[in-house]
Design a protein around this ligand. Structure first.
Ligand SMILES: Cc1cc2nc3c(=O)[nH]c(=O)nc-3n(C[C@H](O)[C@H](O)[C@H](O)COP(=O)(O)OP(=O)(O)OC[C@H]3O[C@@H](n4cnc5c(N)ncnc54)[C@H](O)[C@@H]3O)c2cc1C
Length: 385
């Protein structure tokens, strides 16, 4: 494979574009009254009523089969809808992880019973999942996870701890990567994924407060949690391979370049006013757009690969690494622009939005895999490692 021809310029098909007007009309009504500094949380924001309504309108599970309550449509359809959620800063965090990665994972590896129990409820926006990969001392080095499920006569007994688990305090279930045999030294061998009902006795979820004062990720403790025999997702011992395929879902979406888009839009609205417009700000707007536009084209090209049934693992890592760099630079560039102006002229809501995004931005290149790890994957894809 030539490194240069792996991402073809790709257009979103018109039938997928047709969905844009529908989802825009709905979001215009549903979320534009929410202040920008709250919408800036976007896929980190939580609103289970909105998630349910999106499910009822058929905007969730678009790529999942109709027999499990999905839309039976293409990754391009989902791209369009998700892009609009992000552009509006819709608080879609309740269902985000379940719809993005848990449902496709269950579809790929789950038993028929697991598919029927979970996927339709996820498509209805009624069931939320979190990802239990990270542990203290095993963040990037996932193969060293120590949380362990041990067989007993009722199924499995779970002991250990996960950390940084987004939205665990609001979720019904976690898909956890755990050791079912061997030791931490065995690395990839002996790992499995289990579905954990977070209401089970022995599960403790403790939210962690971040820099901005939000509590969106958690520590999760398992103390002799009794799981049923059918809690294993996929084949016992195949957890490593399954997690790698799950991470491709996590890294390939447009959310890896749109995290500062509500701030950018709010700032653009100010720059469009006679008071807000300066030659420097117009140049800066062009500079930011000139970075976002090709990145979006790359993200659409990754979607094209998904639509053709490819697994664009390296390309998704590339877009995530470049995308998070740009979305992290936006608050700093906008701050430089605004703090050159008299403070009383800058709209307060714009400053509040800038304040939030500035505090959240350091995490953009951590969540979903750190920059160094992605660059290692890209180097491997280029045959350099
Ligand atoms: C907002 C947010 C939400 C998150 N949500 C979740 C979630 O829902 N579920 C979940 O499981 N996790 C979640 N995480 C955890 C996230 O995936 C981890 O923080 C990340 O994988 C890094 O792990 P770590 O923090 O333990 O850092 P470490 O892995 O200890 O890394 C520390 C530093 O060392 C570098 N490094 C590590 N290994 C190497 C290497 N081999 N080569 C070069 N450099 C290396 C890293 O790049 C980093 O700069 C979330 C994190 C954030 C910030």
């Amino acid at each position: 494979m030539s490194a240069l021809d792996s991402l073809h310029l790709t257009a979103i098909p018109p039938e997928a574009e047709a969905l844009r007007a529908q989802v825009r009309a709905f979001l215009q009504d549903a979320v534009t009254r929410i202040p920008a500094h709250v919408r800036a949380r976007s896929w980190g924001g939580y609103d289970s009523n909105l998630s349910r309504e999106l499910g009822q309108r058929g905007f969730l599970g678009l790529t999942l089969p109709k027999e499990y309550g999905g839309g039976g449509r293409t990754p391009f359809d989902r791209y369009v809808v998700v892009e609009e959620f992000l552009n509006f800063g819709a608080p879609v965090g309740s269902h985000w992880i379940a719809e993005r990665q848990s449902a496709p994972l269950i579809l790929k590896y789950g038993s028929e019973e697991q598919k029927r129990s979970f996927i339709p409820a996820i498509c209805r926006g009624e069931m939320y999942f979190c990802i239990g990969m990270s542990e203290p001392n095993a963040g990037s080095d996932l193969a060293s996870v120590k949380t362990r499920a041990t067989r007993n006569d009722k199924g499995w007994v779970l002991n250990g701890q996960k950390i940084w688990t987004t939205n665990a305090h609001n979720c019904h279930c976690m898909i956890a990567l755990v050791r079912t045999s061997g030791t931490g030294e065995d690395r990839q061998k002996g790992l499995s994924q289990v579905i954990v009902d977070l209401k089970l006795p022995g599960v403790t979820v403790r939210p962690i407060t971040d820099l901005s004062g939000d509590s969106h990720f958690c520590e999760v403790f398992f103390d002799n949690v009794q799981l049923a025999a059918d809690a294993v997702l996929g084949r016992e011992g195949d957890g490593w391979e399954q997690v790698m395929s799950e991470l491709a879902f996590e890294r390939s979406g447009p959310e890896r370049l749109f995290s500062s888009i509500v701030l950018f839009d709010e700032w653009l609205a100010y720059v469009r006013t006679p008071q807000g417009r300066t030659p420097e700000s117009v140049r800066l707007a062009g500079r930011i757009i000139a970075q976002l536009a090709p990145l979006r084209a790359m993200s659409v090209a990754v979607t094209g690969k998904l639509a053709r049934g490819d697994s664009p693992v390296v390309e998704a890592a590339l877009v995530k690494d470049l995308g998070t760099g740009v979305e992290q630079s936006i608050p700093a560039l906008i701050a430089d622009d605004l703090f050159r102006r008299p403070a009383h002229e800058v709209p307060l809501e714009l400053l509040r939005t800038l304040n939030y995004v500035t505090q959240a931005a350091p995490s953009f290149s951590l969540r979903g895999g750190t920059r160094d790890i992605l660059r290692g994957m890209i180097a491997r894809g280029l045959g350099l490692r």
